[in-house]
Design a binder for this molecule. Structure first.
Ligand SMILES: *[C@@H]1O[C@H](CO)[C@@H](O)[C@H](O)[C@H]1NC(C)=O
Ligand SMILES: *[C@@H]1O[C@H](CO)[C@@H](O)[C@H](O)[C@H]1NC(C)=O
Ligand SMILES: *[C@@H]1O[C@H](CO)[C@@H](O)[C@H](O)[C@H]1NC(C)=O
Ligand SMILES: *[C@@H]1O[C@H](CO)[C@@H](O)[C@H](O)[C@H]1NC(C)=O
Ligand SMILES: *[C@@H]1O[C@H](CO)[C@@H](O)[C@H](O)[C@H]1NC(C)=O
Length: 438
């Protein structure tokens, strides 16, 4: 096959910042459960529920601490908690709970967790206090612990972020937290304006919805983690693009910088932070051997795509539901070889910070491209940056050109330097090669 001099003119626009809703922050919530009096007894294992501020998303952390720990919010008969830099004063509303504290609490070296029962913590975090001694005041039913303020990361030995229950998947219990987002964009304008090349987008609508859920376990002793992230995605793109070329394009690569949108992180105390960055771009690959006008009008839609990322291995990762619907229509004005390939690209990168000790980064790139190829003698193929190429027609196509059109879609993903893989790849012919008369 002849390699035709060409240019790939790729332009990506990220116009979505204004339309992005921040991901709701997670806040500690008090467990809505009936708690027995015996919960006055500290334990090494504590469950901590969270809820996002303005959505139904919930998270739960089950943690093993390196010291006996009392989560004060679990004790129904605590009537007030008062903190200073050196002490935590706990007052009980019931005498029996007070008596229980006398018998169950160690005399030193245990943790007290606070949650909005006094001036002990900020709005979005629980307080963590390490007690070095305790004194009891029977008259006021209160216990004064001499304390220093400490952090979850200093005392958690193991945790799993828990979740909304759903059906077991491949034998693994699922535990989710979940965030949703919608990106919306309408645009039209000039992509490229050079002396002899102009590419315009006449209308472009890009809409994407993203749901993120997942579960992560972490062992502080080994610094080993395990877990998964799951993305449920949908997007609709409608692109109407025209290229006016007054010359043959060769050797130049037009590449435009794309801005990032950082969505505010999911921040669960100092236990885990998950910071997603979403980038949705529109691009055009263009190549031509002479002067002509090329037009293409494409729509692409995926309603129920799922990407499941196993944090440890690509073999446990998969995608499903990528059944795109699309339409494409393209025209060329004169006898030249050309390609005009509009594409939509969704980049997700997710930084996960566990106890300020471990950083994991997860990246996903999903690219949907419509490859429109025009060839006079059947000998033309663009070396597309997305790897797409078509089978040319052969022989003469009198007073016309060979035209072929494919939908090309792929999903690539990586987790830190643990694995990197193409999770999905499909090429669907929209038009088999045919001869189109001028
Ligand atoms: C939640 O909703 C309130 C009231 O609409 C708003 O002031 C606040 O900024 C929202 N918080 C987040 C994290 O979106
Ligand atoms: C999570 O679970 C809670 C309680 O079961 C439910 O109300 C909520 O809708 C769920 N949220 C998501 C995003 O699934
Ligand atoms: C964490 O790792 C240590 C060392 O391998 C192990 O002894 C411990 O059981 C692990 N903890 C959990 C909860 O799996
Ligand atoms: C390409 O389109 C421009 C603008 O509509 C027009 O002026 C020009 O004549 C066209 N060229 C060809 C070769 O059709
Ligand atoms: C291509 O040409 C046909 C026939 O003139 C027209 O109906 C169609 O709208 C054109 N498509 C594009 C994308 O310009």
């Amino acid at each position: 096959m002849l390699t035709v001099p060409h240019t790939i003119a790729a332009l990506a626009v990220l116009p979505l910042a204004a339309a992005l809703q921040p991901v709701p922050a997670f806040k500690p919530v008090r467990a809505r459960r009936t708690v027995a009096q015996s919960s006055v007894s500290p334990s090494r294992h504590v469950s901590l529920p969270y809820q996002s501020e303005n959505s139904s998303a919930v998270a739960q952390v089950d943690a093993d601490f390196n010291l006996l720990t009392l989560n004060l919010e679990d004790v129904a008969s605590v009537s007030s908690v008062d903190c200073s830099t050196t002490s935590v004063t706990i007052t009980f509303s019931s005498e029996s709970a007070y008596e229980d504290s006398l018998s169950y609490w160690p005399s030193s070296d245990f943790l007290l967790l606070t949650n909005h029962l006094g001036d002990c913590d900020t709005d979005s975090k629980r307080g963590v206090y390490k007690a070095s001694s305790v004194s009891f005041d029977e008259d006021t039913l209160s216990v004064v612990a001499t304390t220093t303020q400490t952090s979850f990361s200093d005392h958690i030995e193991y945790f799993s972020v828990q979740f909304n229950s759903s059906a077991p998947l491949s034998g693994r219990k699922r535990r989710d937290f979940s965030v949703s987002d919608t990106l919306d964009y309408d645009w039209s304008g000039e992509l490229i304006d050079l002396d002899d090349l102009e590419i315009d987008v006449y209308s472009s609508t890009l809409t994407a919805t993203i749901d993120l859920s997942g579960a992560i376990d972490y062992n502080s002793t080994t610094e080993a983690y395990n877990g998964y992230l799951e993305f449920d995605l949908g997007f609709v793109g409608d692109i109407d693009v025209q290229a006016y070329a007054k010359a043959s394009y060769s050797d130049d690569l037009y590449d435009y910088t794309v801005a990032d949108v950082s969505v505010s992180a999911i921040d669960i105390d100092d236990i885990i932070k998950i910071g997603p960055t979403i980038e949705l771009s529109l691009g055009v690959e263009f190549a031509i051997t002479g002067s002509a006008n090329v037009t293409a009008d494409v729509t692409m839609e995926v309603t129920d795509g799922k990407i499941y990322i196993d944090l440890l291995e690509s073999s446990g990762s998969y995608t499903s539901g990528w059944t795109p619907t699309y339409t494409a229509d393209a025209n060329l004005t004169t006898e030249v070889d050309a390609e005009l390939n509009p594409y939509v690209e969704l980049d997700l990168s997710i930084g996960i910070d566990i106890l300020d000790v471990v950083d994991i980064s997860v990246g996903i790139e999903a690219t949907a491209e419509i490859v429109n190829e025009f060839s006079v003698d059947g000998d033309f193929s663009l070396s597309s940056t997305t790897g797409a190429s078509l089978t040319d027609g052969s022989g003469s196509c009198s007073n016309g050109y060979w035209y072929a059109c494919d939908f090309v879609f792929d999903i690539e993903a990586y987790v830190t330097d643990i694995w990197s893989d193409t999770l999905y790849e499909v090429t669907v012919p929209i038009y088999e090669t045919e001869c189109i008369a001028f």
